[in-house]
Write a protein that binds this ligand. Structure first.
Ligand code: FES
Length: 84
């Protein structure tokens, strides 16, 4: 009989259709715009290269449907935007 032991780290990937555990993947962060599945990290990275709200909307489409995320987008722009 074959016995297989998984370490705690591998246990969570035991049923994943992968040959090796995933690594090196960067977390997207929480989703800010649910309409377009845009994450906080994507928004922050775009703000850090100088994007304002209109640029975020044009580039990532966030805040262009129902707009419930717009107050959070404005907060992220204010906090993370760098002038380029
Ligand atoms: S949650 Fe961003 S436009 Fe709807």
């Amino acid at each position: 009989m074959l016995e297989v032991h998984f370490s705690d780290d591998l246990h969570k990937w035991a049923l994943a259709p992968l040959g090796t555990p995933p690594n090196g993947q960067k977390s997207r962060g929480k989703i800010i715009c649910n309409c377009y599945d845009v994450s906080e990290n994507e928004i922050i990275e775009t703000c850090e290269i100088g994007a304002d709200l209109q640029t975020l909307q044009a580039k990532l489409k966030c805040g262009t449907k129902y707009g419930t995320c717009v107050p959070e987008l404005k907060r992220l722009v204010k906090t993370h935007r760098t002038n380029s």
